[in-house]
Design a protein around this ligand. Structure first.
Ligand SMILES: Cc1ncc(COP(=O)(O)O)c(C=O)c1O
Length: 470
């Protein structure tokens, strides 16, 4: 492809994306593909000679698109969203065009300095502790692994980085509700999943801090080294908020690293009224949230903040000859702030998003989502055959059908069937969770381009299916 053809095809590609959004609501939200449907349509060898570009676009439309679940569909209410937005998409196109690899300041000073500024903008907007430093990672899983590794090195005085594990028996603590990335992080960090101590939760599904304290005390008596506590501000299942202030005091007393996982709910901290989410953050050693979930920034972009950037850099810094620069120490070389060496220029999309939306519009969109979730919650509460399983947190609802006559097991099956039949319509995609053994439907009202009418449509769809089931 030469430059002229690139220009033509790239314009067509943008038109393709615009048409995609225009027609999104006509598509079934969840892909209806069966296993191997796509694989079997792709030849088993790369083509020897160049193929016409039209053939490629045809195959994109006919083979690939049926196998895509439409995450940007306003009726994608599953998992947590991976919000895109038009300014963010444009920034992704421009970033791809530059193709810069931003491992150290010198390999693109603008990428490093924009990243520094964007982290400051977020910190300021979210009223995070002013002394924190921020860096962009790909995902919250990576950021949490980074936190566990930093905590490991801090508590062992870099012994494991230098000599490997000898006899240290480290422990990581989180609630029974926190995300699986913590167990994965502990496995990768060599701590072992058996050394992840899961602390029971209260009726709000938030960590019980007294039991955390007891677990740490008991571990200390038994020769374990408490290394890291992970508090969740917004668990995956029900968006429960752990009491970070009480947990923080316990960490301070025992000299344990406190990492806060606010992967989803962190975005809500751009709302000044959300002070309850920020409570206790001053105790945190590290904090992660994903603008790629609920802040209109295309996947992937995870914002990771640390109290002491040296604890991070000392854990990850490696200095081969070819990466030595004259500006070292004067600037941020982000390769030292995490696992990967090569880095994408992710900050650009955050800049485009924040400047194009403006703070007011970002706040307005989140407030709408939360208000519409309140309305939805009221409809559920007023419905004789629906039961809220945990109180709404932000814009996430967990509820089930209860016909007041079936056993728990039957109700679980009934709700599972209900979920399937709603998803089979293709009109919406919702997922489930289990709360104290009860199968619940879980609805997130958080899409970038969600409108009030979509919320009404979802309620109508749900009601119709509940009526049919009974
Ligand atoms: C609370 C929480 N933490 C961490 C993660 C992992 O996020 P990522 O996909 O960015 O690794 C998730 C994913 O949904 C999450 O809900």
């Amino acid at each position: 492809m030469n430059l002229e053809e690139f220009r033509k095809r790239a314009h067509e590609a943008v038109d393709w994306v615009a048409a995609y959004y225009e027609n999104l609501e006509k598509k079934p939200v969840k892909s209806q593909s069966k296993p191997n449907d796509i694989y079997n349509q792709i030849p088993d060898r790369a083509p020897k000679s160049p193929e016409p570009f039209d053939a490629l676009m045809n195959d994109l439309n006919n083979i690939i698109m049926p196998g895509i679940t439409h995450w940007q569909h306003p009726h994608f209410h599953a998992y947590f969203p991976a919000n895109a937005s038009f300014p963010s998409i444009i920034a992704e196109i421009l970033t791809a065009g530059m193709g810069a690899q931003c491992m150290v300041w010198e390999t693109s000073p603008a990428a490093a300095e924009l990243e520094e500024r964007m982290m400051e903008w977020l910190k300021n907007l979210m009223k995070l502790p002013t002394t924190w430093s921020g860096v962009i990672h790909d995902t919250a899983s990576t950021a949490t692994l980074t936190a566990i590794l930093s905590a490991r090195e801090q508590i062992t005085q870099f012994a494991i980085n230098n000599h490997g594990f000898e006899h240290q028996k480290l422990r990581v603590y989180c609630s029974t509700e926190t995300h699986s990335s913590i167990e994965k992080g502990a496995k990768i960090a060599g701590i072992g999943k058996e050394n992840v101590v899961k602390i029971p939760v209260d009726e709000q599904m938030a960590m019980n801090p007294k039991l955390l304290d007891l677990a740490i005390e008991s571990d200390l008596k038994n020769g374990f080294i408490p290394c890291c506590v992970i508090a969740a501000i917004g668990t995956t299942s029900t968006v429960a908020i752990d009491p970070t202030d009480e947990i923080g005091l316990i960490c301070q007393r025992h000299n344990v690293w406190l990492h806060v996982d606010a992967a989803y709910a962190g975005s809500a901290m751009i709302l000044p009224e959300m002070d309850y989410l920020r409570k206790g953050l001053e105790y945190a050693d590290s904090f992660v949230f994903n603008p790629h979930k609920w802040l209109f920034t295309n996947f992937d972009l995870s914002a990771y903040f640390v109290k002491d950037k040296n604890a991070l850099i000392d854990t990850f810094e490696i200095l081969p000859e070819y990466l030595k620069t004259k500006t070292r120490g004067l600037v941020n070389d982000y390769r030292d702030w995490g696992i990967q060496l090569g880095r994408r220029f992710r900050a650009l999309k955050l800049w485009f998003v924040m400047r194009s939306f403006g703070v007011e519009n970002m706040q307005k969109t989140l407030r709408n989502h939360i208000d519409w979730a309140k309305w939805f919650e009221k409809q559920i509460a007023d419905h004789p055959d629906l039961e809220i399983l945990v109180p709404r947190s932000l814009n996430v609802l967990v509820f089930r059908v209860d016909n007041h006559k079936s056993s728990q097991e039957e109700l679980n099956q009934m709700n599972e069937n209900l979920l399937q039949s709603i998803n089979n319509t293709g009109k919406a995609f919702i997922t489930h969770t289990k709360v104290n053994g009860k199968y619940g439907l879980r609805v997130v009202l958080g899409q970038t381009y969600l409108k009030e009418r979509h919320v009404q449509e979802l309620w109508d769809l749900l009601q119709n299916h509940v009526d049919i089931k009974n």
